[in-house]
Design a protein around this ligand. Sequence first.
Ligand code: GLN
Length: 506
Amino acid sequence: METWRTICAMPLVELCKRLGNGQLSSVEITGAYLASIGAQNSSLNAYVDVYDQEALAQAKASDARRRAGQALSPLDGIPMAVKDNILVKDRRCTCASRMLQDFIAPYDATVIGRLRTAGMVLLGKLNMDEFAMGSSTQTSLYGPVRNPWDLKRSAGGSSGGSGATVAAGMAPCALGSDTGGSVLQPASHCGVVGVRPAYGTVSRYGLVAFASSLDQIGPLCKSAYDAALVMNVIAGADSKDATSREDLAVDFLAEMNNPVSLEGRIFGLPRECWEPESGLSPVVFHGLTEALSRWQSLGARLVRVSLPSLTRAAWAYDLLSSAQAASNLARYDGVRYGHRSGDYRNLGEMYRHSRGEGFGPEVKRRLILGAAVLEGGNSPVSYAGAQRIRKALFREASDVLESCDGLLMPVVPTLARSLEGKEDSVPSLCRGDRFGVPAGLTGLPAVSLPCAQDRSGLPMGMGLMGKRENLPRLLAMAYAYERAFPMAEGTRPHDLGWKGGERHEA
Ligand code: GLN
């Protein structure tokens, strides 16, 4: 029996292979991950609930199916974990908020149903920023998730638990949600691959809504290949989410098994993110420009392009997401959903006290901003004005993508922030989000791919964005890069010895 460290270092595709040829059982794999969680979670704070008994029971059932020749999919028996804003029937779904601390989900989210149909094993729920609002998990009821590369730093957010869990080998893959960068940003800070699928690719039924015109579920994995495996399970139309589309649910592995070359491919570099005034920190600028030369060494052609609306994207995102949050979070009133205060004399007071006690300061700030935006009128912070920027950005990106295979851009302008010392102000947090929001605003798919490390080994992701129907191609191009340039080994405190881009045939 291999130790948990060996098993938890393996990419998902390797686990599938060993399950398939009988070298490992689901009980062995699941047991290894539970041991890894037991050894590491108290220092990382990534899991908020671990379903150990049920996970082992699911693993046993999977092994029985496999023995009987009835495996439900190549991923039957593979464990995974999900962000705590995705409903799992009869389990807590807290969104890391006091408001939902006691909320038990009455049904499974569609993605959970799909994981079950594929035979996957659910390890538990992952920490996040409260209601997915934040970039460092510091707004979480449970406190911040620590970065496996440097425990003094944040894992990013809002899907920080998902990033840290995969980076530390506490699950081979995890689901997060991305409204304005919440899968891409923690993936970048944790040195894992994060995917924000095009809007409509994955059903949001059973995902607690933040901003409905932006929310999308996406996987975080050790490699682009692993991400394609998970996308094949979770993508697809769902009658319970009218925005979901079948045409985007293609075979994400098709281009992987027939590897693409980067030779002659054209990538646009939006000048708004690469020029000095874009505010990239020197270490990120240095790391990612070196990565760009590696893309060139594989034959990629880099061309300067411009997306003028990018400079106002974070502003538009703030307005639109806050307005939609103000509407979506109205349901938490202590009557229909959520915490009810014990201290009130009349109905009005009950609403006020319940919401006042249930929501943390960052959620309140957004609800107040959102309510002001929804008041409308001719104020400079109009919803319509933000929508115009959103549309312009979509047009600009679509035009540029007519003559490019993809856009390469930074995911975050800085390294993962320190959890020591004073907290960042809200405006500085927003500045940090500006490269994470374009995919959400345009609805286009994006991948965060580990492409560089600073001298101490801290990872940095490169964002790769493409046309709506091109996620399989983006993943295949990311796979081509990560195979040629795997991450350095041996540089992280929780070193498990895996590196991105190892070649594994499924
Ligand atoms: N950091 C962004 C915010 O706080 C993104 C959040 C998200 O994508 N859920 O709004």
